[in-house]
Design a protein. Structure first.
Ligand code: ASP
Length: 431
């Protein structure tokens, strides 16, 4: 398919951009040791040209945050309400999806707390990062104080301010998330014809916003090297090490979730050997890895589940399309990791209470993520804002996002096929 080829080409160009940005950054910092003029010229160029250019990419994503969070979350909830009406098979499938996403985020948060990839930066680099990337966002000290004050009162204030519109204007996402959930729940109570119209309206808004994300991604092959080069020449090589540590930590957690958690389910609910199982679905995993899109992988996962695994047509036809839009355990896991990493980089301590809230929000927001490359980026921006972490911090991980998108999509889709198999063999109500 031509759009798949285009997506491949785009991914290759982004990855080459990443390599070029890193190599040029390292060369510039190295040369700067002998010729300081070179480094300061590069820093100037980053400040006045490259970073603002990278910001255009980021701002395109920020543009869509409010309408996308609102529409896609409400849509997810309306659809969930419908699924629940479909009976026990649907309810169990959705329950399994939720549990997998929650376990994925839980693993991610635990590992990020233990490995602390963002905490290894020295105080000097941390200061530079704050001043370079926080920009016009709020000052980090204030943010730190706000994080510490989480109690029942502040929770009510955070989620239910007196004026929803004002909170939207101030880019506070939590009230919007709650409002979208309420609206979706209310939508499920409407008469069928009106509910369908409401669902269609929400899906049109979601589709439009997703198209803007695609526009933004067209800039990615240029924005990624610009941002990563800027970060290296302005903050130094320590940051690069932290970023590499973050990438390795994310990949490790994703591998544990895909081949660990899923193997436990396979052993527990089916008589299949996990190794054999993953071997037989490797075409699905490779397609997900190379397209970074759950949607684009759907035809392959349907075919392999039916013809290789032997999942019935009815179960695969129901679970897999639903999973491609809803079951994003790799994405949920990744969202939690990014929020924690950027908080660590800025020296912002997220309390246990905040991390539990983060777990719930990542699961909900992952349901709202479109199964396309980079689908989660605007929602991650929304999550950062929800936790008072400057969303500009997203610039720090954009360079490596595509790489991790390949990995998280593989987890998303792998978990879909495992769920379809288990539902087919164990959870299907007896007829
Ligand atoms: N690329 C992911 C998917 O299609 C979504 C994301 O996390 O960006 O499954």
């Amino acid at each position: 398919m031509s759009s798949e080829n285009e997506s491949h080409r785009l991914a290759t160009r982004i990855l080459w951009g990443l390599v070029a940005g890193i190599v040029l950054g390292i060369i510039t910092v190295g040369t700067g040791r002998f010729f300081p003029g070179v480094l300061s010229a590069a820093q100037n160029a980053s400040e006045h040209v490259l970073n603002p250019f990278g910001q255009v990419f980021l701002r395109l994503l920020f543009f869509v945050v409010i309408p996308l969070v609102f529409a896609s979350l409400a849509l997810g909830i309306v659809q969930l309400g419908n699924i629940a009406k479909l009976g026990p098979l649907a309810g169990r499938t959705a329950g399994f999806f939720f549990m997998n996403m929650a376990i994925g985020v839980f693993l991610g948060l635990i590992m990020m707390n233990i490995l602390n990839p963002g905490g290894s930066l020295d105080a000097d680099t941390q200061e530079k990062l704050k001043s370079e990337f926080v920009g016009q966002a709020q000052n980090v000290e204030e943010v730190r104080k706000n994080q510490a004050k989480l109690n029942f009162n502040t929770l009510v204030e955070m989620f239910m301010p007196r004026n929803l519109m004002q909170s939207v204007v101030n880019f506070q996402i939590l009230p919007l998330i709650l409002f979208a959930i309420l609206l979706g729940a209310a939508g499920t109570q409407m008469a069928e014809a009106r509910r369908q119209r409401f669902e269609e309206f929400l899906s049109i808004v979601t589709e439009l916003m997703t198209k803007i994300v695609r526009f933004a991604l067209l800039l990615a092959p240029y924005a990624v090297p610009a941002l990563i080069f800027s970060a290296i020449v302005r903050v130094g090589l320590d940051f690069l090490l932290s970023l590499m540590f973050f990438v390795l930590a994310c990949v490790l957690i994703m591998v544990i979730h895909l081949f660990g958690t899923m193997s436990v389910w396979l052993k527990l609910f089916t008589k299949r050997s996990p190794i054999q199982f993953f071997r037989s679905i490797r075409a699905v995993l490779i397609t997900a890895f190379s397209t970074s899109s759950s949607n684009a992988t759907l035809p392959t996962s349907l075919q392999v589940s039916r013809e290789v695994i032997g999942v019935s047509n009815s179960t695969s036809g129901f679970v897999l399309p639903l999973g491609a839009t809803m079951n994003m355990s790799g994405t949920a896991l990744y969202e939690g990791c990014v929020v924690l990493f950027i908080a660590q980089v800025y020296g912002i301590d997220l309390s246990i209470g905040s991390q539990v809230t983060l777990l719930l929000l990542t699961v909900f927001s992952a349901i709202a993520v479109a199964g396309i490359p980079g689908g989660s980026l605007p929602l991650i921006a929304g999550l950062l804002i929800s936790f008072n972490i400057p969303a500009e911090g997203l610039a720090l991980i954009l360079g490596v996002d595509r790489l991790l998108d390949m990995a998280r999509t593989t987890v998303n889709v792998g978990a879909d096929v495992v769920t379809a198999t288990i539902v087919d063999e164990k959870l299907k109500p007896a007829t």
